[in-house]
Design a protein around this ligand. Sequence first.
Ligand code: FAD
Length: 507
Amino acid sequence: MPRRCSLTFFFLATFVISPLTSVVGQQRPWSTMLPQELVELDLAARLRFDKNATTMASTDFGHLTQVLPAAVLYPSSVQDISTLVKSSFSSYLPFSIAARGQAHSLKGQVMAHNGVVIHMGSLNQTQEIRINVSSSPPNFYADVGGEQIWIDVLSATLRHGLSPPSWTDYLYLSVGGTLSNAGISGQTFLHGPQISNVYELDVVTGKGKIVTCSKQHNSKLFYAVLGGLGQFGIITRARIALHPAPQKVKWAHLLYKDFSAFTRDQEHLISSNNGEGFDYVEGSLIRDESDLDDWRSFFSEKDKEKIRSLLATNHLIYHIEATKYYDNVTAPTVDKNDSSYVGFLNRVHDGELKLRRKGLWEVHHPWMNIFVPKSRISDFNEGVFKKIERNSTTGPVFVYPMNQNKWDERMSAVIPEEDVFYNVLFLRAAKNDWEYLEDQNKKILSFCVKAGIKAKEYLPHYTTKKGWKDHFGPKWSKFVERKKSFDPKGLLSPGQKIFTSMPWQRK
Ligand code: FAD
């Protein structure tokens, strides 16, 4: 009996494999994890199984985890993506699918164990123009492919004198990737996160349907996808709000010895959110061992002198970075040309190049990003910045507030239940030994739990259902319901590890 079985398998395998190699037109190892129907599709020519492709798709910016897919799709159109998802959805052997934007994820969120990773950037290599700007007043918007990176969106819109109002601090992230999280930075207090600045989306759902959605049409899908961690569909186009672009940026740095003065002033700065105050507000920590020339610091020599003199008597000081945009008309109201608008928005890229030159970009990144309610930020300072993180030299730490009323609670993104909350961001990096930094993160989270601080993780990562349930809180049942509607077989973004009950979701 066992012998007969193995013979049958041999014949079956031969029968399956030989047509595959001839249809594709070249000898290639077809993964047994993928159904054979795939090879009969036109897109088979754009699937790669070789080690170069799968190894590339098994990594991310975090360099903390590695998961091999069975194949990588280099789509030549949105239709390719839809066909791939449809074929998994209707197959006897469904497989998981992950859209890979710029892979700046930290913990494997962009990976698909034995599934197919979609290299979204390939959509940009077609003849189609994938950033289209509408500049006829009052309809300022840009239709941009989900694979586009924000620096290219900025360049294209500036040619029309326009710009998205809400940014991330680093612009080499994909539109689909940041809209799947939220997209935050020092402008969020004023304009909301990037997900609050989207008019319309084209999405390939977990059934492979291409659906256009907005607040007015297919609104359930629209709200689900924004901040939806890639769970409900693949964003192939986003209509992004645009505003007239400023030309210049006045950039101010304020230093504090006292945490309560630092937070009081930040909260005051973000309270004037009618456009008359500052346009950008971020805060950070500076310790006596901080590198004032690190990749996220932009101090003049004069600033550095002041900082050093303050650090001579204080181990820990606080820094607010605030900017005011202006142009040639409003120039008389500000005293000095500090930076161009583009130079300011793209400042972190210089930091990236600096780290790349030192071989410090492709290292381990156990980053942690949490939202802390305003009412508990001073407890966080005492318990975390002054104790757990004391003498820590693990990278820049940012602390800045946002207004809850700029977020739309119908969207999937999760934030604390307070009118103002702080984004606290630990940008940790290590060449080798990174586990102790992860321990540090765990200590901080457990401090929050013990102290009853209702913090929420941004760019969350949990490995248990309980972790995810607690993260989403009252939004959990809606999140599950949305999954059932838009991706009932649990095919999409398996690397987030939210829905792991399907065999093709497991790793
Ligand atoms: P990927 O890592 O490629 O994907 C992330 C998730 O989204 C995956 O689950 C993936 O499957 C899914 N996904 C990707 N594309 C699509 C799509 N088209 N449709 C649906 N799902 C999709 N975040 C901020 O908010 N503000 C910042 O200032 C900021 N700065 C950063 C700076 C650096 C150096 C790094 C590494 C990260 C930063 N982030 C920031 C975090 C960043 O926004 C997220 O990691 C984001 O997901 C990165 O975009 P990406 O294109 O690399 O996404």
